[in-house]
Design a protein around this ligand. Structure first.
Ligand code: NAD
Length: 420
């Protein structure tokens, strides 16, 4: 890839996104500074006994960005590239995501610098339990509720729930979401982010006159979000999935394929690469394919000023958080590409996390249909709120989403005031 001109520091990008929307909303500069600053940041360095008997020190973070609207909420990421600025950015985006979806949470995020691919299950369990203990001083069902993110899953959440519960002396299902069903998880949570994305893509399709049936789709990142999105677009919308990828590379077939078969192949071989009837492509080439819908579902910093001029999709559906730089946004907006921004496109995950938490607190569980119907209602109204802002203020979708979200948080500040 040629050298990118703009910053790829996610927190600088997050702050610039706030500035852009703040300007349009004529926000007071003091309040803008509040919105651009995380409320609380915890860094922990903690020892873990590894299988070889040695002790290794890990570093983890939990950033509680803003709780003007409600308790902090946000996932936990395990990745070798985790940094404080990345966690800050992700916690900031969670704040706007909850606000744009209209659910009563603030934003937070956590992360541990580690390589989960090189750790045994026992090592991961010990690391998770110790990290959970370290951050237990600031999390809890009424304070801050973690969830899965990159390289964490329902097993990770079960260990966290158990660790917190053991220390309390009673079961605390409401302390995390994305749990296995048997300990208080919600039906539909595993696919919620992707189902929400599918609804958002369908609404966007109506606006740009793209029929999803037969529309070609390329998905970067075939993990939790990307694989469910590909399956739902294929099975429920009749779209043609022509390319998917993971950290080892991508596959392409003009004819399209069934993502369920690719998932079974990946579970057996460890990668999508080599799936019969496809040819190998790079992750970069996948983004630039001649398709109707491009869905980045892996990590940040994927769409930049360098490749934005070559993106051919009519719709970019951001499953990943922060895949696009502000410069790339400007380029794609000028080129008439409709970007469904992360805080809207992948907001279905936190929405069903909210449903899970409500079910835990009320100790009453919903059917899958109830979950899906409520999710669809929330996604469609959030999409329409953002679309209306886009039309009335003549801005791109990201700015519109930020304006809706920031206006909501600002309204909370107006009522609550600045303490003391
Ligand atoms: P995951 O760990 O299940 O999947 C990540 C996928 O990305 C894997 O297939 C991995 O192989 C692939 N990947 C990693 N590095 C890559 C690279 N350099 N190039 C291409 N692919 C690469 O994680 P996930 O939960 O699916 O999260 C993916 C994105 O979606 C993240 O940005 C996350 O913050 C965001 N997100 C997740 C949720 C959720 O509910 N899990 C909700 C909202 C947003």
């Amino acid at each position: 890839m040629a050298k990118v001109k703009e910053t790829l520091n996610p927190f600088e990008i997050a702050r610039e996104q706030i500035d852009r929307a703040g300007k349009k909303l004529n926000l007071d500069s003091g309040l803008l500074e509040v919105l651009k600053s995380p409320r609380r940041e915890l860094t922990v360095h903690f020892p873990v006994k590894m299988d070889n008997g040695r002790v290794k020190v890990f570093t983890g973070f939990r950033v509680q960005y803003n709780d003007a609207i409600g308790p902090f909420k946000g996932g936990i990421r395990y990745h070798w590239n985790v940094s404080l600025d990345e966690v800050r950015a992700l916690s900031c985006w969670m704040t706007w995501k909850c606000a744009v979806m209209g659910i009563p949470y603030g934003g937070a995020k956590g992360g541990v610098i580690c390589n989960p691919k090189e750790m045994s299950k026992d090592e991961l369990e010990r690391m998770t339990r110790r990290y959970a203990s370290e951050i237990s001083i600031i999390i809890g069902p009424e304070k801050d509720i973690p969830a899965p993110d990159v390289y964490t899953d329902s097993q990770t959440m079960a260990w966290i729930m158990d660790t917190i519960s053991m220390n309390k002396g009673f079961a605390q299902p409401g302390v995390v979401t994305g749990k296995p069903l048997v300990i208080g998880g919600s039906l539909g949570r595993d696919e919620a982010t992707s189902r929400g994305m599918m609804y958002a893509t369908r609404e966007a399709g109506k606006k740009v006159k793209l029929t999803l049936k037969g529309a070609s789709v390329a998905v970067q990142g075939f993990g939790n979000v990307g694989s469910h999105y590909a399956r739902l677009m294929h099975d429920e919308q009749g779209s043609k999935i022509v390319a998917v990828s993971d950290s080892k590379g991508g596959i392409y077939s003009e004819k399209g394929f069934d993502p369920k078969e690719v998932l079974a192949f990946k579970e057996k071989t460890g990668s999508v690469v080599g799936f019969p009837g496809t040819r190998e492509i790079t992750n970069e080439a996948l983004m630039e394919l001649e398709v109707d819908i491009v869905a980045p579902c892996a990590l940040e910093g994927i769409l930049t000023s360098e490749n934005a001029p070559r993106i051919k999709g009519k719709i970019v559906a951001e499953g990943a958080n922060g895949p696009t730089t502000p410069e790339a946004d400007d380029i794609m907006h000028k080129r008439g590409i409709l970007v469904i921004p992360d805080i809207l496109a992948n907001g279905g995950g936190v929405t069903v996390s909210y449903f899970e938490w409500v079910q835990n607190l009320s100790e009453f569980f919903w059917t899958k249909k109830e979950v899906d119907d409520k999710l669809e209602g929330i996604m469609v109204s959030a999409f329409n709120r953002v679309w209306e802002m886009r039309e009335t203020k003549k801005v791109d979708m990201r700015q519109a989403a930020y304006m809706v979200a920031i206006a909501r948080v600002v309204e909370a500040y107006k009522w609550r005031g600045i303490f003391p």
